[in-house]
Ligand binder design. Structure first.
Ligand SMILES: [Zn+2]
Length: 500
């Protein structure tokens, strides 16, 4: 080993930085979202999840010879709604294409998709990363049919078996392809969260990743910061939760930096994320030898959309997440942060709106939902629809607190009771004896009791020892179980002590 070679420049110490600091990750995502139509994209079979295998099939989705596809209008509408919501250009003519490949769960031997003439072009998703908004461009959104599902149950005596369920074959999907503009697992996580939120607001997809309604593949490469050219990418598949996507990208980034930084070359390949092992592993090569030989689908005419129809879809679009956020900050004067939390789902936003209106105190309503309601929901894994305290009852409780008829502390006790009981806060407060003591007569009576049971300290205060007064106030609060009005009881004590 010569002195010149290992002299000053181990790469990490040269710039005082690690390899991870000098490289950046470049990620593009392909998200498949299952559209919430009642029937499949090219036939009338049901799309209901969880039915017995192969009970929702017909000659069209089984790919039997001579069966012809008929396009589902609602699938087109849902795809166009999504395109408009992300600001994409909606193509007045798009073309379906056959994507040819052989797989046991693809009975036709091809999938009907769109290739060079997709339905939606361009668009963007705005993400919130590192304290600032960032715009992620979209390449396209196209319509396609899903394939069936291969199941690999435990074989008898160790013999591997594969079964095929074609209920999913022909379920409508949109594929949403992003530009390679995401730079970290965190940005990818936020992108996916916002995309899912948008699809659920639009009510075009249920966003359920466990049931496969939302699936994500990531193209990942690394390059030195400041470099223009993209590095060689790998594609990661099989990530079934947003957290797994984030983990897989972190893993793959580190792996690629390790290779490139030691002078090696990344091999372009498809990797499967193994969540149990926390590693992305190469697919067997025969499974990734893709040459799809796309050609226009001869059984379907081009999809031509009237501009007036596109406009009618635009006009009927529901309020989008960012629009609800803006409206809540404008109408209720709550901070951006609150609006962001409260618009997580459309139903949470509606819940908030009702509590804010009924309570007459929008910020207090927001605080109660963000801390108490969301605290319980997160612990119990409840959606806002499942949360037992409906907004009318919570609104009444927040109103009592806002009007200082009960303290926040008593409010929390009532809130706990309301979770398991049907009564409103007014009834509970009365029935449980939680009403505050703030009328003169009751406060004076309480003060007399406290003085009588603490003659020593009372004498001290009368003799001018002010510090002991706080002790008497504390005793009064304790005796009233926190119900005495904290300022008024001081007044009453002074009057009874004769020091005022
Ligand atoms: Zn069918």
């Amino acid at each position: 080993m010569s002195a010149t070679r290992d002299a000053p420049e181990t790469k990490a110490s040269a710039a005082g930085s690690t390899a991870a600091d000098r490289y950046e990750t470049v990620v593009g995502l392909e998200v498949h979202a299952q559209l919430k139509t009642a029937s499949k994209i090219f036939c009338a079979c049901s799309t209901t999840f969880g039915a017995r295998p192969n009970t929702q099939v017909c000659p069209v989705c089984l790919g039997l010879p001579g069966a012809l596809p008929v396009l589902n209008e609602r699938a087109v509408r849902f795809a166009v709604m999504t395109g408009i919501a992300v600001g994409a250009r909606i193509a007045e003519r798009s073309v379906f294409a056959r994507k040819n490949y052989f797989y046991p769960d693809l009975p036709k031997g091809y999938q009907i998709s769109q290739y060079d003439r997709p339905l939606c072009v361009g668009g963007r998703i705005d993400i919130h990363a590192g304290g600032a908004w960032k715009r992620i461009g979209l390449v396209r959104i196209h319509l396609e049919e899903d394939a069936g599902k291969s199941l690999h149950p435990e074989g008898r005596e160790g013999v591997d078996t594969t079964r095929v369920d074609l209920n999913r074959a022909g379920v409508p999907l949109i594929e949403i392809v992003s530009e390679p503009e995401l730079r970290s697992g965190g940005e990818v996580y936020d992108y996916l969260t916002r995309l899912k939120q948008l699809l659920v607001y639009l009510d075009v997809c249920d966003g359920n990743m466990e049931e496969g309604s939302l699936r994500c593949d990531a193209n990942v490469s690394v390059r030195l910061k400041g470099q223009e050219a993209l590095g060689t990418k790998t594609e990661i598949k099989n990530m079934n939760s947003f957290r797994n996507v984030e983990r897989a990208i972190a893993f793959e980034t580190e792996r690629q930096i390790g290779i490139v930084d030691s002078g090696g070359r990344v091999v372009q390949e498809t990797l499967l994320w193994n969540a149990d092992r926390g590693a992305a592993e190469p697919m067997r090569s025969k499974e990734e030898a893709h040459d799809y030989r796309y050609f226009p689908e001869p059984d379907l005419v081009p999809l031509d959309l009237e501009p007036a129809w596109i406009e009618s879809v635009r006009a009927a679009l529901p309020e989008l997440p960012y629009q609800v956020r803006e409206r809540l900050t404008r109408e209720f004067g709550i901070p951006d942060y609150d609006a962001e939390v409260l618009t997580e789902t459309r139903s949470l936003a509606s819940y908030y709106e009702e509590v804010a209106r009924r309570s007459g105190n929008a910020k207090l309503a927001s605080n109660w939902i963000m801390t108490e309601v969301n605290g319980v929901r997160n612990k119990q894994g409840q959606s806002i629809e499942e949360f037992p305290i409906r907004p009318d009852r919570l609104g009444a409780l927040v109103k009592m607190i806002a009007e200082e008829r009960i303290s926040g502390k008593i409010g929390k006790q009532v809130f706990e009771m309301m979770r398991t009981r049907p009564e409103g806060p007014e009834e509970l407060v009365k029935a449980q004896g939680l009403l505050p003591i703030d009328d003169e007569a009751s406060l004076r009576a309480l003060a007399r009791e406290v003085i009588a049971s603490n003659p020593g300290p009372a004498a001290e205060v009368r003799a001018g020892k002010e510090r002991t007064f706080a002790f008497l106030v504390g005793q009064a609060m304790k005796q009233s179980r926190g119900r005495a009005h904290p300022e008024k009881i001081q007044d009453a004590l002074r009057k009874e002590l004769g020091t005022k």
